[in-house]
Design a protein around this ligand. Structure first.
Ligand SMILES: Nc1nc2c(c(=O)[nH]1)N[C@H]1C(S)=C(S)[C@@H](COP(=O)(O)O)O[C@H]1N2
Ligand SMILES: [Mo]
Length: 164
């Protein structure tokens, strides 16, 4: 496939979208972050702001939670939209190419001032890798972030790359 869909946006939106790399790169320049390294703890790449994606799909006023779905490893988080809508971004590009799975692609969600793992609803664990779908919902949705120390430790033991 030459033009794979990298990111779907569905739920409480006026126009559900399925975006290719070209679609993501074509989102208004005011929503693009050419180099995220200063904002994302040294992680590299180009990102599009969540705000730009909400704009493209026409997020409804009824959208209160943001679902981050990663089918690749069946990881899901659902976080209050108000807490992240103006500051979160999705890294989707590195060196002019789509972000590799190794680097957390197709899309790696990131909130710059996240809190420590499991300290809040918007925590480091919500920085979901391998994101393929954003889902806006009226109430809290599917969320399988680790709930206790053992589950969290087991998850990190499984992670192939854990670079800080
Ligand atoms: N798809 C997916 N995203 C994920 C995880 C995961 O297991 N799968 N782990 C989360 C957790 S618990 C943390 S703390 C951060 C770690 O990000 P890092 O590997 O870049 O340090 O990724 C989050 N994103
Ligand atoms: Mo975490």
């Amino acid at each position: 496939m030459s033009n794979p869909i990298l990111l779907g946006i569905r739920g409480e939106v006026a126009s559900p979208r399925e975006l290719t790399f070209a679609d993501l790169a074509a989102i208004d320049a005011k929503y693009q972050i050419a180099d995220v390294s200063a904002l994302a703890g040294g992680r590299k790449g180009t990102a599009v702001m969540l705000e730009g994606l909400l704009q493209v799909a026409g997020a409804k006023a009824t959208a209160k939670y943001l679902g981050l779905h990663a089918a690749a490893d069946n990881f899901h988080a659902s976080i209050p939209l108000d807490g992240v809508r103006s500051k979160a971004f999705l890294i989707y590009q590195l060196d002019g190419q789509p972000l590799s799975v190794k680097a957390g692609g197709p899309c790696r969600f990131f909130v710059p001032d996240h809190l420590a793992c499991r300290s809040a609803e918007i925590d480091e664990c919500a920085n979901v890798k391998f994101v393929d779908t954003l889902e806006l919902t009226t109430g809290k949705g599917d969320d399988n972030r680790p709930h206790d120390d053992a589950a969290h430790a087991a998850l990190h033991a499984n992670e192939t790359s854990h670079e800080h």
